[in-house]
Design a protein around this ligand. Structure first.
Ligand SMILES: *Cc1c(COP(=O)(O)O)cnc(C)c1O
Length: 427
């Protein structure tokens, strides 16, 4: 599933020992595998090759410009949600025509920047937003394309925070309203409304919501065409599920097997916006055990990474498999799952140093015994790990390292104390 594996009890990222990186770069550190990024991208490209497909990697999941560069080189487009992400994509040398701009609250400044850059599509969430885009395009003498985000009212059966495809959300318009938006704005010359965007929350464990959404949208496409509108692309947004535990989510080819037959010969270009399915297991975070302690009946490992470095467990109760970087060979895990039980493990809480009781990475977790100074790897930390990190508690953000075969390089330095106060005025 990725390029992080144990050899003789030592964890490797591709061909580099993780302990070597930790010794040279320090901890906590995010370590990414270039090969894993590219193989996930290639699998999606291959799976959807029968359709005219553009894959727009969702920058917010993991946004280091060095990563965006090799993704762009491999043919990826980008899904952006802010002017900052547009800046990153352009810095990475992205093909602007393969950029789609999503988000419910785009500012005029961000819209003008994207118009100037000549991005592929604006994903539109409301009439007011579309009217504003038209005004700005006309004023600046630019021409662009837009995709209307339509809410197919499909329940993704997932965590409430990340469900976005049902009727009662702030995102998009419903199917009935979509026809009126096309009737009112469909023939504008500056903003060509010519695509439909559907976005479902991610982390689904089945492909059904995607197929159901496509089945609900196709009749709308036919109807719009019959009414004289051009609809030439479908942006099927929301990422696919990512493998946080071994083999629990559909693969790119599973998704394609449901979606491709529905869209064949429909005259629609397909845009996909995968984020975490590309990068989640392309990265790990490595931390060092500072102390172990017994608190009542519980044992704790206090590590040098906290919720400011990786917030997903505290924020959504997300599961990350955690295992020592070096173990006896009989304790090498054969899969990464919450219920993995091996002889010789003990149950502990793995917590960070931040002054919040929510600062934990794992609770009641069975792992091999650890002691002060041991290294722990937090797996599948590539998505929404570093990109959601903060300086809370005035902690310096970790370094980011990219591994490529037997080489590794720091792609973002560990922040310094000076960085923490750099923008604060000396009054
Ligand atoms: C975040 C986001 C995605 C990607 O979501 P993942 O769950 O990381 O795959 C796709 N499209 C849009 C518009 C997004 O905001």
């Amino acid at each position: 599933m990725d390029s992080f594996s144990y050899k003789k009890g030592q964890l490797f990222a591709e061909e580099v020992a993780v302990s070597l990186i930790a010794a040279e770069v320090g901890t906590p550190v995010y370590i990414y595998s270039k090969a894993t990024f590219l193989s996930h991208l290639a699998k999606i490209q291959e799976a959807f090759a029968q359709l005219d497909t553009t894959i727009c990697y969702s920058i917010k999941a993991c946004s280091n410009v060095n990563i965006l560069k090799f993704m762009a080189d491999a043919g990826s487009g980008f899904d952006i949600v802010s002017g900052g992400e547009l800046y990153r994509a352009l810095q990475a040398g992205a093909d602007a025509s393969k950029i789609v701009f999503a988000g419910v609250g785009k500012t005029d400044k961000e819209i003008l920047e994207a118009l100037q850059a000549g991005i592929g599509y604006f994903n539109i969430e409301s009439e007011q937003e579309l009217a504003n885009l038209i005004t700005l395009a006309e004023q600046s003498g630019t021409v662009t394309k837009a995709a209307l985000r339509v809410n197919p009212d499909v329940d993704y059966k997932t965590h409430a925070y990340i469900t976005t495809g049902t009727k009662e959300t702030k995102f998009g318009v419903d199917i009935e309203r979509a026809r009126k938006v096309f009737a009112d704005y469909g023939d504008n010359k500056s903003v060509k409304l010519c695509a439909i965007h559907v976005h479902l929350g991610s982390s689904g464990k089945t492909i059904d919501p995607y197929c159901e959404a496509v089945e609900k949208i196709l009749p709308l496409v036919e109807q719009l065409r019959a009414e004289g509108h051009t609809v030439d692309a479908l942006d099927l947004g929301g990422g696919f599920g990512a493998d946080y535990e071994s083999d629990t989510v559909p693969s790119a080819s599973d998704y394609a097997s449901g979606i491709v037959p529905l869209l064949k010969d429909k005259g629609l270009k397909l845009i996909l916006e995968p984020g975490k399915s590309i990068c989640a297991n392309a990265g790990i975070m490595v931390a060092r055990v500072l102390f172990t302690k017994q608190g009542g009946s519980k044992k704790f490992a206090i590590i040098d990474a906290g919720m400011n470095d990786l917030i997903r467990p505290a924020l959504y109760g997300a599961f990350h498999f955690i295992w020592p970087v070096q173990v006896e060979e009989n304790l090498v895990p054969d899969r990464r799952s919450e219920d993995l039980q091996l002889d010789g493990t003990e149950v502990i809480d793995i917590v960070g140093p931040v002054c919040e009781s929510g600062d934990f990475l794992a609770r009641d977790r069975s792992i091999p015994a650890v002691k002060r100074a041991d290294l722990l790897a937090v797996f599948s930390a590539g998505a929404y790990g570093f990109s959601m990190s903060s300086n809370y508690n005035s902690r310096c953000r970790p370094a980011q390292v990219l591994v490529d075969g037997s080489d590794f390089e720091v792609i973002r330095e560990r922040e310094s104390y000076e960085d923490l106060t750099a923008k604060e005025k000396d009054i």
